[in-house]
Design a protein around this ligand. Structure first.
Ligand code: GLA
Length: 396
């Protein structure tokens, strides 16, 4: 039997063997991510700066001859099995509709479907998934499933797609099979990230450049403070924010808010209603903060980016209104306890915040945040440090 005490790679293999009675053809994995800065800018054709975290999703995969695809995971009691031909009747999922299969299964099945649409063909497959990426924490557990599955099927079906194309396959699954109207950041981070670096990504051109972070050398650490308030982007606020951004771009007559600059904000205030204006101001200033952060990393090193992280959080809290009481307490407490910078990360409405801290202050800051959560009557947070890790790969 599979047990939760095993590492996720071994869990995936054990689950595969339990399911099929034989060993997998291989094991592929892909990481979750933390975004350092650049939130909700991706679907506005803007800039983001994520890095991969050491937590990964593993997919143990093997071929079968009957043209069927079966997915199993350690977080669901029953596998889901369909014929590869049936995928086109399951997807796309109409926007706002429930996925055509259990949500966790829609991620890998949607990847197989999107690969077929991109021209890939192959035999049936069995896929067993295990992961230690926290779910619902804003750390891209879904992109990790998509990227691990896309990497595996790309190899087994000899599709020959590059990492950027595989990220686009993952995003298509997320948007059209799961029905979450997200951008491309998470899949690009999970596919292209490298150790000790962040990925500076232009979401319009998909040009990606690595920015060395050198946190450890500088005596710094990144703390993840998972509020354990779960979020879901297929419903509610995420889509509303996206719609507000589209309204803002339309009012300017430009394809995306990427094309609006800080100098245009006075005009935006005249053109837009008050709420839409604040949504637009977040995106426009956040894009600039990403550029400033990349320059600061390169010119002055990681110790100098703290204020930009804080400004980003304030903008998300007050202008974009995607923070939560738990995220604000995490950020404020971390800063008061000596963090150099802190901000919520990911889509918002729950999930996790990050803090940039001296290695010597990791415990002090963690203890302060845990105590503040207890004093506020919140669920105890899950706090841990992360180092920038590798993107998707074949492990076995
Ligand atoms: C989620 C989405 C991303 C991005 C972030 C916010 O993680 O999946 O595409 O929009 O939210 O920056």
């Amino acid at each position: 039997m599979t047990t939760t005490t095993q590492a996720p790679a071994a869990q995936a293999v054990a689950l595969f063997e339990e399911l099929t009675g034989h060993a997998p053809a291989g094991v592929w994995s892909a990481p979750g991510r933390v975004n350092l800065i650049g939130e909700h800018t991706d679907y506005n054709d803007g800039f983001v700066l994520p890095f991969a975290i050491p937590h990964r999703t593993y997919a143990a995969v093997g071929m079968r001859e009957d043209g069927r695809i079966r997915v199993a995971s350690t977080f669901a009691s029953e596998p889901v099995e369909v014929s590869l031909d049936e995928l086109t009747t399951l997807f796309p999922t109409a926007t706002g509709a429930e996925p055509a299969v259990a949500e966790w299964a829609a991620y890998p099945l949607g990847v197989a479907w999107a690969l077929q649409l991109a021209g890939a063909t192959g035999t049936g497959v069995d896929i067993a998934i295990a992961s230690d990426v926290p779910v619902g924490a804003g750390l891209s557990s879904s992109a990790a499933i998509e990227s691990a599955t896309a990497s595996a099927l790309n190899d087994l079906w000899n599709a020959g797609l590059d990492r950027t194309a595989l990220a686009q396959i993952g995003r298509r699954s997320e948007n059209e099979a799961v029905g979450a109207p997200t951008g491309i950041m998470d899949q690009m981070a999970s596919m292209l990230a490298e150790p000790d670096a962040a990925l500076f990504l232009d979401c319009r051109t998909l040009d990606a450049n690595l920015v060395p972070l050198s946190m450890t050398e500088a005596g710094l650490a990144i703390l993840v403070m998972d509020t354990r308030v779960s979020h879901a982007h297929s419903t509610g606020g995420y889509g509303e924010r996206r719609a507000a951004c589209e309204r803002g771009a339309a009012a300017f007559g430009v394809p995306a808010l990427r094309d609006v600059s800080i100098a245009d904000l006075d005009r935006a205030a005249e053109l837009l209603d008050e709420v839409t204006f604040r949504r637009v101001r977040h995106i426009v200033t956040e894009n600039q903060r990403v550029l400033d952060t990349v320059r600061t990393f390169r010119e002055k090193g990681p110790r100098a980016v703290g204020d930009l992280l804080v400004a980003s959080h304030v903008s998300m809290r007050d202008d974009f209104e995607i923070s939560s009481p738990e995220l604000d307490v995490a950020v404020d407490t971390a800063l008061a306890a000596g963090a150099l910078g802190a901000r919520m990360t990911g889509g918002g409405f729950g999930g996790a915040a990050i803090a940039l801290v001296e290695q010597s202050a990791v415990e002090t800051v963690s203890d302060a945040v845990t105590a503040a959560f207890a004093a506020s009557g919140f669920t105890a947070p899950n706090i841990f440090t992360v180092t920038p890790a590798a993107g998707a790969r074949r492990d076995v």
